[in-house]
Design a protein around this ligand. Structure first.
Ligand SMILES: Cc1cc2nc3c(=O)[nH]c(=O)nc-3n(C[C@H](O)[C@H](O)[C@H](O)COP(=O)(O)O)c2cc1C
Length: 646
């Protein structure tokens, strides 16, 4: 099984234990001045321990000021960085994993809010965020080349196994390479050779100063900008890099397919990688929205790439590789492509993962304390993501865990969320949760409504309430009309509607329901109180789901509030103009969010006044999967039965 994945591989003079590479991911876990922190060591150490062959660190500073990308990002440009990076390299090496430092300057994409200075690039203009960008002088170009070279030298001194030059994603080296971003007419622009000069000078400088120290270069094989790098140009770039002595090419893209939303297929960058692979003889690293081992194995065995990059997959489960190679793939926690990880970073918070509450918090939650009263029973009411998370942590801590769910199938709201278009990745996540529950030996009580009477016989020392929330139904005239349906009922197929349908609320559930209805031919009107659809949903996820709905020409009424339902349809109030608007409808679908089922916790607290009753997940506060798993994990990790010392 997985013969290709488990084979060792070579990059330059370096031997790598298997074919899985963790590509660079900004995690915002370093110190505020770029120092290596205990948290970032624990983050990478967990992935090394999980068996990945090569880790490429997050974007790492080669300079201060305009060279800063993220507020708490690694840095490799000061002599004092060497000691910290050497600690990091040691922690990773202890597990047999190799480590490259990804050297980056944000160039035109720098945010003055973060850097405190003006962004710089080969050409003046504006950043993707709309702030002004200053053109670098020839002297400055040469200085920054030297900074890259020095950072490579410091990485080598620290004991890293190589560097990756970040020449993609709209950052400085990419600004030089792309015809759409570089309109210089001196030695650094005007033609292919000149646009390559900045990067090739850096490569030559590293070779001169660091000998055969391995160098990977990350490039875009396509760009969203008109006139930007396309695949034929990327192929020429890869060939030129091979001629210059680069040891590996890591293929990416600069558009919405850079970090694919959940509905995109696995293997999404396959075609791009394959074209680069056919053009060079040096190893090619291919990221491709890979979640499952079989997809990674196929990409390798079909010769699409030499190494597979698994990014978000390793945020979701640091042990992806070890589980794959040990025949335990059923318990891999699979990434669902929700982009919470990226959303957290761009919101300047630390990395987080919806399905892995330990991500970025490895140090804090590393060793769950085993309870003294091991073997005591705990009841968990509700087998959705929060209930399962709590059950797994409690079990690891030595409790005997009884998990109750009133349905036959575990998963709770995941069994609704996976019914939207292209949501199979959520089904895979649910399946892995069920496999983990079984493997852990949690005692299951399925199709079993958990009443206080039902669990009294267990004499539990604690009860976790994870029974979720119920849809929010506004108290307005006409709400009891039989044409009114909840979005969940549509998604699960319990109800069907046709003809003119009004969907009220455009959060994720509303949009996904609209998508399903559009595809069965309904004529849709979407109603949202806020000025933009998809409140609280990450913009590229909104864009993705809207791209499936828009071809069906829905009517979108933003800044409108539902005030009543009458014989013909719905009555709305325009929040801008204050006027009433009538929309005819044969069905009205409500997707207005959820309200925690607080009464369940109250009932259990009353019935069990002497033990802790702890609501988690949506039963405490409606939110994303991240909030559900996080609250469950934290409370289960710290749960202390009454009478025991904390
Ligand atoms: C949270 C996050 C941060 C990222 N930061 C970087 C980065 O620092 N440098 C980089 O080259 N790519 C970065 N990427 C892109 C990843 O390296 C990778 O190409 C992308 O996630 C697609 O691979 P995947 O589908 O396996 O996740 C980041 C992606 C994510 C999700």
């Amino acid at each position: 099984m997985y013969e290709a994945l488990k084979q060792s591989g070579i990059i330059g003079r370096l031997s790598i234990e298997n074919r899985v590479v963790m590509p660079a991911m900004g995690v915002n876990l370093a110190g505020p001045h770029g120092d290596v922190s205990d948290d970032i060591i624990a983050f990478y150490e967990a992935r090394a321990r999980g068996g990945v062959g090569l880790i490429i660190t997050e974007v790492t500073r080669i300079d201060g000021g305009a060279g800063i990308s993220d507020p708490c990002q690694l840095s490799a440009y000061r002599l004092s960085d060497v000691a910290g990076l050497s600690r990091l390299a040691e922690a990773v090496h202890a597990w047999g994993t190799k480590i490259f430092i990804q050297l980056q300057h944000p160039g035109a994409s720098a945010s003055p809010l973060i850097t405190g200075s003006e962004a710089v690039a080969p050409s003046a203009g504006f950043s993707p965020g709309g702030t002004p960008v200053r053109a670098l002088s020839l002297e400055e170009c040469a200085k920054i080349e030297q900074k890259f070279i020095t950072s490579a030298q410091f990485s080598q001194m620290a004991g890293a196994d190589g560097v990756e030059l970040h020449a993609a994603h709209g950052y400085l080296i990419n600004n030089f390479l792309s015809p759409a971003m570089n309109d210089r007419s001196d030695a650094y622009g005007g033609n292919f050779e000149n646009r390559m000069r900045f990067l090739l000078n850096i490569v030559a400088g590293i070779r001169k100063r660091c000998g055969d120290f391995p160098i990977s270069v990350r490039i875009n094989a396509t760009e969203m900008l008109p006139g930007g790098i396309d695949l034929p140009q990327a192929v020429e770039m890869a060939k030129a890099l091979e001629r210059a002595g680069v040891d590996a090419i890591n293929v990416s893209r600069y558009d919405e397919g850079c970090i694919e939303p959940g509905t995109w297929p696995q293997g999404a960058k396959r075609n791009l990688t394959q074209n680069i692979m056919e053009a060079v003889t040096i190893p090619v690293i291919g990221v491709s929205n890979i979640k499952e081992p079989a997809v990674a194995e196929a990409l390798l065995s079909e010769g699409i790439c030499d190494f597979v990059g698994i990014g978000r997959g390793l945020l979701a489960d640091p042990h992806w590789v070890r589980k794959t190679l040990n025949g335990q793939e059923d318990i891999i926690r699979k990434c669902i492509g929700c982009l919470t990880c990226f959303e957290e970073i761009v919101s300047l918070r630390r990395v987080a993962c919806a399905v892995n509450p330990l991500c970025g918090r490895e140090r804090f939650f590393n060793h769950p304390s085993r309870v003294k009263s091991a073997g005591k029973d705990v009841a968990v009411i509700g087998g959705g993501p929060a209930g399962i998370e709590a059950a797994l942590v409690l079990k690891r801590r030595g409790f005997d865990v009884h998990l109750f769910d009133d349905q036959k199938i575990l998963g709770g709201t995941l069994n609704v969320a996976d019914k939207g278009y292209g949501k199979e990745k959520i089904t895979r996540y649910t399946e892995s949760l069920v496999a983990q529950v079984t493997q852990a030996g949690i005692i299951l009580h399925r199709a079993h409504p958990a009443t206080p009477q039902a669990i009294r016989g267990l004499a539990p020392c604690g009860i976790f309430i994870a029974c979720g929330a119920r849809p929010l139904i506004p108290d307005i005239p006409g709400i009891d009309d039989p044409r009114v349906v909840c979005a969940e009922a549509i998604l699960t197929g319990k109800k069907t509607v046709a003809g003119q349908v009004v969907v009220v609320g455009t959060g994720m559930t509303g949009l996904e329901t609209a998508e399903v209805l559009a595809m069965v031919g309904c004529t849709l009107t979407l109603v949202e109180m806020l000025p933009a659809p998809g409140p609280g949903v990450y913009p590229s996820v909104v864009k993705d789901v809207l791209s499936h709905i828009e071809p069906h020409r829905p009517k979108m009424l933003l800044e409108h509030k539902l005030v009543a339902i009458d014989q013909e349809g719905v009555v709305l109030r325009s929040l801008k103009e204050g006027v009433r608007v009538h929309v005819p409808a044969q069905a009205i679908v409500l997707a207005l969010g959820v309200r925690p089922r607080l009464e369940v916790a109250k009932t259990f607290s009353k019935a069990f006044p002497d033990i802790p009753v702890i609501p988690v997940g949506d039963a405490l506060q409606g939110g994303r999967i991240l909030e559900a798993t996080r609250s469950a994990h934290g409370r289960a990790f710290t749960f202390t039965p009454q009478g025991e010392e904390v």
